[in-house]
Ligand binder design. Structure first.
Ligand code: ATP
Length: 588
């Protein structure tokens, strides 16, 4: 497939916002592709060159793209920058200025390869080399293709194609309907690599996809926990269960294959560089290969106290990593093992997997097996819950001892229990910012007055609104927000957003914030959970508790299904007043 044929599909996708049409056009694109084109196409439509967990970046920001376009087209940089300001999009500016090339378009595989080569350049002098090669690539492309190349490079595709949409399109292309979705989704949960799945489906069919298994170096999508309102409800549902403390840290999936270490966040980002002390600990384990699931938490060696989530994450800034690993070293509580020395452990019962954890961690120091209390007693569970809360932890996670590791699933194999007051929400909600209203009064200074926030409708791969939020941030928090939203603003409603409300400015769904609210109520103005015969749901008295973008993608935000469940749960009685993460986390 030529790159200009590929970008003709992107043009059609750009002009569409209906989910079904998006799936249809994508399926047509896939049907026109050969097996070797499937992976590059799949990455490119999401503005990437490799799966999300591989830290491959082209490494050309807007300023450098402008410089490369100036070289390619022999125009002054200022002219390109001005056109970009005028059109509100650098891709459109490049399209307006690009001449028709003299040669036929290169293939989509070739463009992907050339971009990957540019991404690989690093070190002294690499910027000039990147610029030169990128300018040559621009010169080889027609105006429309150049527009899309620039958007891919800048990471601003904005086509509204989330992972579920890709899975549906693959199924539609192969089977004519969505019947392959469960098969494809299973492989996706085990490998997190849509490009690999697409290529395998074309090369080896459904059988091939079914045999894609857990592999060291490729993160599994994490198993997640359901909610229940009380210890009674947990014992009623699970019977005898394993109970562990729920640490309020940072989830890490630790992969080791001989000397190679990979540490992945909850949203599958490669974070190996950020956790040198965990990488070193993983390297010294008495195994050849292993995949562990753990919660990392910083602690103060002086006071031997654990630090809250925000401080654990303080090390995100590169220069702070060394300093942090000394002042507040991490300890990771390992609560699962999914792979060891060539064997996929995910089908084994939890009790056995936890035994493996203790086998591979003979001298717990930096990596510590999470303790487990086995009980079928409501009293014991209640005591564990209260005990952990009094130690400053979030609560407990109760696990079915005979359950397999179900990658990507949120079900009753794991149940989280936090303290709550009856009739009140006992958990925070992670919302995605979808737009804002301009500030009045003092907030004018920050440019944002109130936020329009939504949750994720996983069935439709869309974001739906649930609340307007105006409180919870300090002045510094508002300023930080102002920084974060830069570049995400849009005059039009983004394609994946379903809303009845109209903010002053729309935002590309990207920023995830954790909010605490008093209650979930019915609302005719919000689209979360809204159907033809039921109003939507809204949050009452929402306030922002923290930014979660560090470890959650927008699709990892709370889902409509969860909000509906929380709405039902909120009437159920639970123990004691509210505390836990919400009380511990501080927003700057
Ligand atoms: P939350 O904001 O409550 O962490 P979440 O969506 O990140 O929500 P949940 O499924 O609600 O994830 O809760 C499970 C999370 O709890 C895990 O992702 C992990 O980070 C954390 N956790 C802490 N201790 C444990 C434990 N012992 N077992 C499993 N998960 C744990």
């Amino acid at each position: 497939m030529r790159f200009d044929e590929f970008t003709a599909y992107l043009e059609r996708l750009e002009a569409t916002s209906g989910r079904n049409q998006l799936v249809q056009i994508l399926a047509e694109l896939y049907l026109a592709a050969s097996a070797s084109e499937m992976a590059p196409i799949t990455y490119l439509i999401q503005g990437r060159l490799a799966p999300f967990f591989e830290p491959v970046e082209i490494g050309l920001g807007d300023r450098l793209i402008v410089a490369a376009a100036a070289t390619a087209y022999g125009r002054p940089r200022e002219e390109i920058a001005a056109a970009s300001r005028h059109l509100g999009d650098l891709g459109s500016a490049v399209r307006a200025l690009a001449p028709q090339p003299r040669h036929p378009s290169p293939s989509v595989v070739e463009v992907h390869r050339r971009l990957a080569e540019i991404a690989e350049l690093s070190g002294a002098g690499s910027q000039a080399a990147k610029l030169e090669r990128y300018a040559a690539l621009l010169q080889a492309l027609d105006p429309i293709s150049a527009k899309h190349l620039v958007r891919i490079t800048a990471g601003r595709m904005r086509l509204g194609i989330g992972d579920p949409t890709v899975l549906d399109a693959l199924s539609l292309a192969r089977a004519g309907d969505r019947s392959l979705r469960p098969l494809l989704e299973g492989a996706y949960n085990r490998t997190s690599d849509l490009g690999l799945i697409a290529a395998t489906l074309w090369a080896n069919g459904e059988r091939g996809v079914d045999t894609l298994t857990v592999t060291v170096g490729r993160p599994l999508r994490p198993q997640l926990a359901e909610r229940l309102p009380s210890p009674e409800a947990v014992i009623r549902k699970l019977g005898r269960a394993g109970v562990q403390p729920k640490y309020d840290g940072f989830r890490v999936q630790i992969h080791r294959d001989r000397d190679r270490i990979g540490i992945f966040s909850r949203n599958l980002e490669n974070m190996t560089e950020m956790f040198p002390e965990l990488a070193a600990a993983a390297r010294s384990l008495p195994v050849e290969s292993v995949i562990l699931d753990a919660e990392a938490i910083a602690y103060d060696p002086e006071s031997e106290e654990y630090l809250p989530f925000q401080q654990t994450m303080g090390r995100r800034r590169k220069q702070g990593i060394e300093e942090f690993s000394r002042a507040a070293p991490l300890r990771a509580f390992v609560f699962d093992a999914m792979y060891r020395d060539g064997t996929d452990l995910t089908p084994l019962p939890y009790a056995r997997r936890l035994e493996v954890v203790t086998e591979v961690l003979p001298t717990p120091d930096r990596l510590v097996p999470a303790p487990l209390t086995v009980t079928d007693s409501v009293d014991v569970l209640t005591r564990e819950l209260l005990d952990n809360i009094s130690r400053g932890l979030e609560g407990v996670v109760a696990k079915r001892l005979d359950s397999p590791y179900q990658a990507g699933a949120r079900n009753f194999n794991w149940v989280k229990l936090k303290r709550n007051t009856s009739g009140r929400l006992n958990d925070t909600i992670d919302v995605v910012l979808l737009g804002y209203y301009r500030g009045r009064g003092r907030r004018v200074e920050f440019g944002v007055g109130a936020l329009l926030a939504g949750v994720y409708d996983a069935d439709r791969d869309q974001f739906v609104t649930i609340s307007k939020i105006g409180t919870g941030l300090s002045d510094a928090g508002w300023r930080e927000l102002h920084e974060r939203i830069r570049g995400l603003e849009s005059e039009r409603r983004p394609p994946r957003v379903r809303a009845m409300m109209e903010p002053d400015v729309w935002l590309e769904p990207q920023i995830v914030v954790e909010v605490l609210a008093d209650e979930i109520t019915l609302s005719p103005r919000h689209t979360a959970g809204m159907t033809a015969d039921r109003p939507g749901l809204a949050l009452r008295f929402p306030r922002i508790v923290s930014f979660r973008s560090a470890d959650k993608r927008p699709e990892d935000a709370t889902t409509v299904r969860e909000v509906l469940e929380m709405f039902a749960l909120q009437r159920a009685p639970g123990p004691g007043p509210q505390t836990g993460r919400s009380a511990q986390r501080q927003v700057r």
